[in-house]
Design a binder for this molecule. Structure first.
Ligand code: QV4
Ligand code: CA
Length: 512
């Protein structure tokens, strides 16, 4: 009996840090701006068969419709109510997506925008994705309902009412982030409306939440909301399972608010990860891959089991949020695949793969003035479906990085090596590096400007392995390079600088 209670206790106390994916499914993908019906299809036809653990979806609650500029992607970060209708779909389609994805073992993680409502300048009327009336000026949101009493105006001490100084902890929490009406999360009434919204999603079957703009909420207010949440729906999750919580806290250092302030609630997004990895792979500021030997906490990141990591996200892939110009995105595809390969092979953190849409970037004075452009859409504003081409890529300007062979195969690699230690590190003192994961997998990079031809210890059993970067194992044949590992675990790797992808990855499930 004692063991049972111990397991229950362990389950209870660390529940919210546990991503709640099925065993050996170790990544989620952010299907940014996808429609619910397309996500349901992708779960069944692609994500489940390829071992993705879940999907982060765009905010599913009613948002303001902005016409200047024309329906920017960021209008979805301006709530009008907690009704489940947006350009991605209505409540029926949302329920269908969660049910179908859960039924194939791919879980749903909701982007929860709970720090604020719409911008102060969003006007009044029913220009919202569910047609609900609201009045930003009078802070009237009858579809929740919220009134002027439910916002932080009296608590904010800044001159403009907006956050003016990120070194003033109270301003960051109690004033408006770029004029977004700041909810009074200190009030039980507001906490209860938000908990009602999140519990409605839990009843439908979601597995957890990205807490948007967590830095702008007092950790104890977030905790008070989380304490009101139900356990996950027992139709798909073991009894007593807590929702997975990962909080968006941009902490690159230099501000009083730290990611660790939020550990009591769940994991946090580690933005240093993508910023530093981009700098190393671009070989900027004298950085080189040999320095990645102590990657993770050794680089000042939060503890691995409190980290949600990513190469880029929907903000910093377009110059919003944090990370600056070092962030690698699909626009830098060759380096992006290397960074994604490194992230997915390395044991640090829980990994999220970005899946984007293409937009007409247009730089003026070094800034992309089209950074606002929303998802591919029709003349009536409806979002275009995700079409799948014969070569498995996506059409209609959906980038589908998660379907790129190199990235999809590294998601599988991470599943195969799950639980195995970081091992057999090798480097040439410059930008040729390699490491293994126990006796299950091995990866090697050549990011130098000269060819590589080395013999290194892989830690793998003898045999012939298919490189899952240049190809994969199909019908017991390698469609790309082959690697021969000898009885002592040694293998020869040749990577010329002109190859499509200057890295090789092998694992025991891609062995002939
Ligand atoms: C502008 C001015 C304001 C002015 C206001 C009113 O900047 O100073 O007061 O007009 O005249 C959009 C516009 C922004 C506009 C604002 C309000 O871009 O120019 O303010 O609306 O009208 C996304 C976008 C924002 C966007 C916001 C709301 O990135 O540009 O603002 O949605 O539509 C910090 C936070 C971090 C945040 C990051 C972007 O610590 O939490 O900034 N990241 C999250 C999300 C992000 C989202 C929000 C938070 C807000 O990842 O996508 O912002 O929910 O680092
Ligand atoms: Ca706030």
């Amino acid at each position: 009996m004692g063991v049972y209670f111990l397991l229950l206790f362990v389950g209870l106390c660390w529940g919210q840090y546990n991503p709640n994916t099925l065993p050996k499914r170790t990544s989620i993908v952010h299907l940014f701006e996808w429609r619910w019906q397309d996500i349901a299809l992708e779960c069944e036809r692609y994500l489940a068969p390829n071992g993705f653990g879940g999907v982060q979806i765009s905010p599913p609650n009613e948002n303001v419709i902005i016409t200047d500029p024309q329906q920017p992607w960021w209008e979805r970060y301006q709530p009008v109510s907690y009704k489940l209708c947006t350009r991605s779909g209505n409540e029926t389609e949302f329920i269908d997506m969660v049910t179908r994805c859960n039924n194939v073992g791919v879980h749903i993680y909701v982007d929860a925008v709970i720090n604020h409502m719409c911008g102060a300048n969003a006007g009044a009327g029913d220009h919202a994705t569910c047609g609900s009336y609201f009045n930003a000026k009078t802070e009237d949101f009858p579809a929740v309902p919220y009134s002027g009493w439910d916002f932080n105006d009296h608590k904010c001490k800044s001159r403009s009412g907006n956050i003016e100084d990120y070194h003033d902890i109270s301003q960051v929490r109690d004033c408006r982030l770029v004029s977004l009406l700041d909810l009074a999360l200190g009030k039980d009434y507001v906490r209860s409306r938000i908990a009602e919204y999140l519990n409605h999603l839990i009843d439908i079957g979601v597995a957890g939440f990205r807490i948007d703009a967590a830095k702008h909420m007092w950790p104890e207010d977030v905790k008070a909301i989380l304490d009101k949440l139900k356990d996950l729906n027992a139709r798909w999750f073991p009894a007593g399972t807590k929702p997975f919580i990962y909080q968006e806290v941009i902490d690159l250092g230099g501000e009083p608010i730290k990611g660790s302030d939020y550990f009591g609630n769940g994991r946090v997004t580690e933005f240093k990860y993508g910023a530093k990895l981009g700098t190393v792979i671009r070989k900027w500021n004298g950085e080189k891959m040999a320095y990645l030997k102590n990657w993770g906490e050794g680089w000042g990141f939060v503890p691995s089991d409190r980290a949600l990591v990513f190469v880029d996200n929907h903000d910093n892939q377009r110059g919003h949020g944090a990370g600056g110009s070092s962030i690698l995105t699909f626009w830098d595809s060759r380096l992006y695949k290397m960074a994604s390969g490194f992230m997915l092979a390395h044991p640090y953190g829980f990994t999220r793969v970005m899946s984007s849409f293409r937009w007409p970037r247009y730089f003026e004075n070094g800034r992309d003035i089209n950074d606002w452009v929303g998802p591919p859409s029709n003349a009536d504003g409806s979002i275009k479906p995700v079409t799948i081409n014969a070569d498995t890529t996506c059409g209609n300007d959906w980038v589908c990085e998660h379907r790129w062979r190199q990235i999809k195969n590294m998601v599988i690699f991470r599943n195969v090596v799950d639980g195995e230690p970081f091992s057999n590190w090798w480097d040439n003192g410059s930008n040729q590096v390699a490491f293994g994961r126990g006796n299950k997998g091995f990866i090697i990079f050549n990011n130098d400007d000269w060819n590589m031809n080395v013999y290194v210890q892989t830690g793998l059993p003898a045999g012939t392995y298919c490189d899952v970067i240049s190809g994969q194992k199909e019908n017991n044949k390698c469609t790309g390079k082959q690697v021969f590992v000898s009885g002592d675990g040694m293998a020869n790797f040749q990577i010329n600088t002109d190859v499509e992808d200057p890295f090789i990855a092998i694992h025991v499930e891609a062995k002939l």
